[in-house]
Design a protein around this ligand. Structure first.
Ligand SMILES: Cc1ncc(COP(=O)(O)O)c(C=O)c1O
Length: 374
């Protein structure tokens, strides 16, 4: 009989643990960045795909669709036009690199700049996927506290000065300025200008992630930080995951040509109201100005990691705050709920059950379920 191969003996020693087998989404799924299935423009996508395939399907025969390694040129032109119209950012399609979701943009930037031990300044509460990616490469995410206007520039300045006095130069400052994830804040223009000043003062670039900027419901949208940059201080990325569909895996990154050339060289792929009803005043959150998430503070007695584990056992998937935070402790009692994809009925039912579990585990909210509105 042929001997079997002992793959465990061959695997590299520093691999992450194996991913658990996927058993479908939790019945009450408040995690991930999934969007509303009923809003998927299915017929329009079919028509657009059919027309694009008819027009230039033959280019699928070549890696890069005869548009080169930056990606499909008409899409880069579309992105450049969208950025000009919506973000105030004027770029040439030649400075736009199409990526497999904006996560690939994060990967490329990390790959280009990070080596183990390198410091990256991040919003104290930030996108868990970005934090995980930084840590995977041995990077050291250092959190800067936020207020209702996003990352606090006074504290960023203090941190940059303190690091400089220790001889530490952060590789970049990663920010989600427009509909911050998970907090939902929008950084005002004046604060964006302060960020650019600090970037210039300390010679540390800004990596601006505008994943949700096209999902703004109210108010004026400030220009992208990259649009206010008169030098080469900002790397900008965005995504079609939240405005069209996450499974499309289409994102983009914009930077100065020399940096885009470096990225291309690294790119080797070929080309929420149910809450008040059930939690009463126990759940505090700032209503977001857009996006698909609620970033919720629960009383100190609640351990979000334990709440997440207990709710998962009842089919309720939530993001525990520590996984969305540069330091676990400040987010110990916070949770992030995505309301983009569950139906209104599932949101009501799931949040009711979540409140019951929270009450069972931590005695909070004081009465589980059916708390009367004040
Ligand atoms: C802030 C932020 N950036 C990037 C991403 C990655 O999105 P995608 O790779 O689907 O474009 C996400 C996903 O939720 C996100 O929240």
């Amino acid at each position: 009989m042929a001997a079997t191969i002992d793959y465990d003996a061959l695997l590299a020693p520093d691999l992450p643990p194996p991913a658990p087998r996927w058993n479908g989404f939790a019945p009450y799924n408040f995690i991930g960045g999934n969007v509303d299935a009923a809003s998927m423009p299915v017929e329009d996508m079919i028509a657009a795909t059919a027309s694009a395939l008819r027009r230039e399907g033959a280019t699928l025969a070549t890696y890069g669709l005869e548009s080169g390694p930056l990606g499909y040129r008409p899409l880069r032109e579309f992105v450049a036009a969208k950025l000009r119209k919506r973000s105030g950012l004027t770029v040439s399609p030649d400075n736009v690199l199409i990526t497999s979701g904006s996560n690939q943009a994060l990967d490329l930037v990390n790959e280009m700049f990070l080596r183990p031990g390198d410091t990256v300044l991040v919003e104290q509460f930030s996108y868990g996927g970005a934090l995980a990616r930084l840590r995977k490469l041995g990077g050291r995410p250092v959190g800067i506290p936020l207020d209702d206007d996003g990352m606090r520039m006074d504290l960023l300045g203090e941190k940059l000065a303190a690091l400089a006095s220790e001889g530490v130069k952060p590789k970049f400052i990663y920010v989600i300025p427009t509909i911050q994830n998970p907090g939902g804040s929008i950084m005002p223009e004046a604060r964006r200008a302060e960020l650019l000043e600090l970037s210039a003062q300390y010679g540390v670039p800004v990596f601006e992630d505008e994943c949700y900027a096209d999902l703004l419901w109210t108010g004026e949208r400030p220009p992208a930080i990259a649009a206010m940059d008169e030098s080469n201080r900002v790397i900008h990325c965005g995504s079609f995951s939240k405005t069209i569909a996450p499974a499309l895996r289409v994102g983009y990154i914009v930077a100065e040509p020399a940096l885009v050339a470096r990225m291309v060289a690294c790119k080797t792929d070929g080309g929420t109201g149910a809450l008040e009803e059930h939690f009463g005043t126990a759940a505090e959150f700032v209503p977001p100005a857009g996006g698909i998430f609620l970033w919720i503070s629960l009383p100190d007695a609640v351990d979000a990691m334990k709440l997440s584990a207990a709710s998962a056992a009842s089919g309720i998937a939530i993001n525990p705050g520590p996984e969305w935070s540069a330091d676990a402790e400040p987010a110990r009692s916070r949770i992030r709920l995505c309301f983009g994809n569950p139906t209104v009925g599932d949101i009501r039912e799931g949040v009711k059950k979540l409140a019951e579990i929270c009450h069972r585990e931590f005695g909070i909210p004081l009465r589980s379920g059916n708390i009367e509105r004040a």
